[in-house]
Design a protein around this ligand. Sequence first.
Ligand code: HEC
Ligand code: HEC
Ligand code: HEC
Length: 131
Amino acid sequence: MLRPIATALGATKSNLKERTLMKIGSGIVLLLAFPLLFVPVTAVAKIGGGDVTYEPKGAGKVVFQHEYHVNLKGMKCNSCHYKTFQMRGGESQYKMDMATLTKGMFCGSCHDGKKAFAVKDAASCKHCHKE
Ligand code: HEC
Ligand code: HEC
Ligand code: HEC
């Protein structure tokens, strides 16, 4: 009578072991899966203020990309905030148009033909203005 009990115990023990291993296994799977889920999410999360879209009258819309300026060009937030821009897109808080830009204000403080392509250069309109 002892033997079958022992086998039974052995069986449950190994079952337990298996189940524990499976638990650990799925735990590891979860741990491994999580960063995988996380990477795309953080990659999509917006950088700074994300994309800021302007829709000027008489020209194609302009999309300012934080991701490009901050990640690709390595700019710090304080290269623009709050010296040149407030952290508030959408409604205009200042008179931003081609006249002020060409005078070296706003985007024109960098897009002057030295630090970046010039706002007044006919070849560069299309870099900013899209249909
Ligand atoms: C090259 C210039 C530049 C840099 C660098 C920059 N920003 Fe901006 N940011 C802007 C402009 C332009 C706007 C829109 C301002 C406007 O239209 O009044 C803006 C707007 C914002 C907004 C408001 C967005 C909205 O839709 O209301 C936030 C938040 C912001 N920025 C955060 C950041 C942070 C955080 C960083 C650094 C990681 C950063 N910015 C770096 C230019 C910049
Ligand atoms: C660095 C980006 C940039 C470049 C390059 C650029 N623009 Fe603009 N442009 C803007 C922004 C930003 C506005 C203002 C958007 C707003 O606030 O509605 C604007 C506004 C305008 C407007 C609306 C009316 C006015 O005078 O403001 C016209 C027209 C215009 N641009 C034409 C041009 C032409 C033509 C060129 C090329 C010679 C050009 N832009 C190059 C960013 C740019
Ligand atoms: C602090 C400096 C700075 C300011 C302010 C700034 N930019 Fe730029 N931007 C750059 C630099 C540097 C580049 C790289 C361009 C180059 O290599 O000539 C760039 C590139 C770009 C590009 C090209 C992106 C591409 O995909 O090729 C666009 C569009 C642009 N900027 C739009 C804007 C607009 C619109 C504003 C204003 C709302 C603005 N930038 C303000 C520095 C700046």
